[in-house]
Design a protein around this ligand. Structure first.
Ligand SMILES: [Zn+2]
Ligand SMILES: [Zn+2]
Length: 286
């Protein structure tokens, strides 16, 4: 059986944070690494994790918020420079426009490098873009990923898709950004690993917000993301085996996040950190 595992590349949020890079994770299907989201710093994070950026030829974008896509320009052009000659990107509507905008912004740059003798494959050619409409099973023709891929719409303020990778004996689910919804409970049914938005883990800034503006932001964020308890409740109801919490603000209270989640879910809980490698082995029996 091909071994599946996850490398957490970026467990942060839109807030710049030296401890946590912007959202981006790798799911490894045996030797095939697949990138989920491409926040700022993703290419460097891949290199630090020992994953050659050019080895990524499949990229899923859960949604087009800046924290998930700002690393795309360097991923595209830098990865091409490192020798990537084919690429497939699966994202929501607007992905093609974003990619084309990048090509047009850097037209002279790409022209110059092609003139030097580099093949346009992997940047202007041999790039396939699939825009997700969902829900249901994605039709990935010539799918090299050894999994069926199912998508469901999440509750966020722009079109956002949760992803379910289902093999013969293994299931990994990625929630994208979302407030609690039945759609993620269904999508994550019996998952071996659920990578779940828990952006509303409390940090210093929001512990006791006295500033009314902060309070208003925090209250409004409840409609867009999950708390660790809500993430745990999703994992419990889905019957997931292992829950990885991610998308954290700077300086969260990790112990508190773990306590809140473990009060609800008695499977494995991981408070995500950059560069963690997580396989399907369980340490706790739920
Ligand atoms: Zn978002
Ligand atoms: Zn986000």
């Amino acid at each position: 059986m091909t071994e599946w595992k996850v490398t957490m590349l970026g467990t942060g949020s839109p807030r710049p944070d030296l401890e946590r890079s912007a959202p981006s994770q790798v799911i490894h299907f045996g030797d095939l690494p697949v990138l989920i989201d491409c926040g700022e710093g993703t290419t460097a994070q891949l290199q630090r994790a020992g994953i050659p950026p050019q080895s990524i030829t499949n990229l899923f974008m859960t949604h087009l918020h800046s924290d998930h896509i700002l690393g795309y320009g360097q991923f595209l052009l830098g990865g091409w420079g490192l020798g990537r000659r084919k690429l497939r990107i699966i994202g929501p509507k607007g992905m093609k426009h974003y990619h084309d905008t990048m090509l047009s912004l850097f037209k002279d740059d790409i022209d110059y490098r092609v003139k030097l003798g580099r093949s346009p494959k992997g940047v202007r050619e041999n790039v396939e873009i699939i825009e997700m409409e969902g829900p249901g099973e994605l039709d990935l023709k010539s799918n090299e990923i050894p999994a069926r891929v199912f998508i469901a719409e999440m509750v966020h303020n722009v079109p956002t898709f949760g992803l379910r990778f289902e093999g013969e004996n293994q299931v990994i689910v990625h929630s994208g950004d979302t407030a609690p919804t039945e759609n993620i409970v269904e999508l994550a049914q019996d998952a071996d690993i659920l990578i779940q938005d828990a952006a509303l883990a409390v940090n210093e800034t929001y512990k006791n917000p006295s500033d009314p503006e902060l309070k208003e932001i925090w209250d409004n964020l409840q409609k867009e993301h999950c708390t660790p308890q809500q993430a745990a409740d999703i994992a419990k109801r889905a019957g997931a085996k292992k829950l990885i919490l991610t998308h954290f603000l700077p300086n969260i209270d990790k112990d508190r996040a773990y306590e809140e989640a473990s009060a609800v879910f008695d499977g494995d809980i991981v408070i995500g950190e950059d560069f963690q490698v997580i396989d399907l082995t369980l340490t706790m029996q739920g």
